[in-house]
Design a protein around this ligand. Structure first.
Ligand code: PMP
Length: 415
């Protein structure tokens, strides 16, 4: 195995090896990454989530203060005093755990309130909670789609959608390619019982958006249902932070909305919003909901966070000022940031090796980013991914731009 071009994926089921032998070889790969300063994954942060964090870098004994561009806490809500107070109040009033799964004693007022609150946020009446956004996608799709059905997915959807489709027929269309989507819908219309078109609102690796108005029109023209995961859109995109669904004004055209509380809302958990009968079906039929203990009372912070998306739009405004400032700076350095329209900015490098090296150089300049490579993106499309936060200052962003300029001079950051 050539470690310089290998990826985590290369170590899945190495043929002829048992699991322990594969794990041992994977350990060699991890050691190689670490010894070459390339291990940006699982770096220990010793301070709270924020625009700057104290990182214990590989081989170091003391932490380094770094500008953080790896957090989905886009609005800074994980540190918001009013949200922390709501979490504390939840724990004070209800304790630290819920004690059971929802159908058999684990459904409390704070779950009921949050289900209603997140549904009302989209102008709907009914929602269901899951432990994570990942489970919201995988569980819902697994529960609703069977052998006679078809999932039609954009190639770039999140891993949790792929997992949800493992037990059904699946056809993929090239990212945002509406001609291919229409072709699949046309061919599938008399062949499969239920057809779900499943897209992300904001794509997590490119930060670009699904054209939901056009996708909704096509989907319904061919009698299919539309599922949208707007994990990175909520709180960020749209005038009032209702996400890509608001941007394209398709509240009534999306059949199932899924999302997460773990990004702009600063907590953890996933949700699904749909017509009442479908939500009820999931509540009693979706195994990952039914047989898993409900969220802790700390989710009372999410109820407050949803209110603050409306009450304090200044965080979203600041976030967008930061996004635009960083984008303009990267473009003026001549770097390729694709077609992002969100708080996720990819700096496209191409090769895995140079991307890893860029991650290392940036980290050593005090700028913490995520090098993203196969299997998250295709093999020649590696990039440095940046997540912007409302709480970054111009000074932070200038430091980031300087570090990119320096790394570009040393190794070249263009595909
Ligand atoms: N969907 C998308 C598009 C995501 O980027 C993520 C986050 N990694 C998820 C779903 C999963 O959300 P969570 O982290 O809450 O499991």
């Amino acid at each position: 195995i050539d470690f310089s071009t290998a990826s985590f994926k290369s170590f899945e089921n190495i043929s002829g090896q048992d699991a322990y032998a594969t794990a041992a070889q994977f350990q060699e790969y991890l050691d190689w990454l670490k010894n070459n300063g390339h291990l940006n994954y699982r770096i220990e942060s010793q301070s709270p989530v924020g625009p700057e964090m104290d990182l214990l870098l590989p081989g170091d004994t003391a932490p380094t203060r770094s500008v953080c561009l790896v957090s989905n806490d886009y609005l800074g809500f994980s540190q918001h005093p009013a949200i922390k107070a709501a979490v504390t109040e939840g724990i004070r009033k209800y304790g630290t755990g819920s004690g059971a799964s929802p159908a058999i004693g684990g459904h409390f007022s704070y779950h009921q309130q949050l289900e209603k609150k997140i549904a009302a946020f989209y102008g709907k009446t009914d929602g269901i909670l899951y432990t994570t956004g990942y489970t919201a996608n995988s569980a819902t799709l697994q529960c609703l789609l069977h052998q006679e059905d078809l999932a039609i997915i954009d190639m770039a959807v999140h891993a949790s959608v792929y997992e949800g489709c493992l037990t059904t027929n699946t056809k993929r269309f090239l990212h945002n390619d509406l001609h291919q989507l229409e072709h699949i819908l046309e061919k599938a219309k008399d062949t499969y019982r239920t057809r779900f078109v499943i897209v992300d609102g904001v794509y997590s690796q490119d930060g670009d958006l699904a054209p939901l108005d056009k996708i909704a029109e096509l989907t319904h023209r061919y009698g299919a249902y539309l599922v949208v995961d707007d994990a990175h859109g909520i709180g960020v995109v749209g005038t009032t932070g209702r996400g890509v669904i608001e941007l394209f004004n398709v509240f009534d055209q999306v059949d199932i909305i899924t999302g997460t509380f773990s990004k702009a809302l600063g907590n953890i958990g996933g949700y699904v919003i749909a017509k009442p009968e479908l939500v009820n079906y999931l509540k009693y039929q979706s195994k990952q909901h039914l047989f898993s203990t409900t969220a802790t009372p700390a989710i009372m912070g999410i109820i407050r966070a949803i209110e603050l998306v409306d009450e304090e739009p200044q965080w979203r405004e600041r976030l967008w000022q930061n996004i635009n400032y960083l984008k303009e700076g990267l473009i003026s350095l001549g770097l390729d940031i694709g077609t992002t329209a969100s708080a996720v900015i990819p700096v496209k490098v191409g090769e895995i090796r140079r991307t890893l090296e860029a991650g290392r150089l940036l980290l050593r300049s005090g700028v913490y980013t995520n090098p993203i490579m196969y299997p998250a993106v295709s093999k020649k499309d590696a990039r440095i991914r940046l997540n912007v936060m409302a709480t970054h200052t111009q000074e932070h962003l200038d430091k980031v731009l300087q570090a990119f300029a320096d790394a570009d001079r040393v190794i070249g950051l263009r595909p």
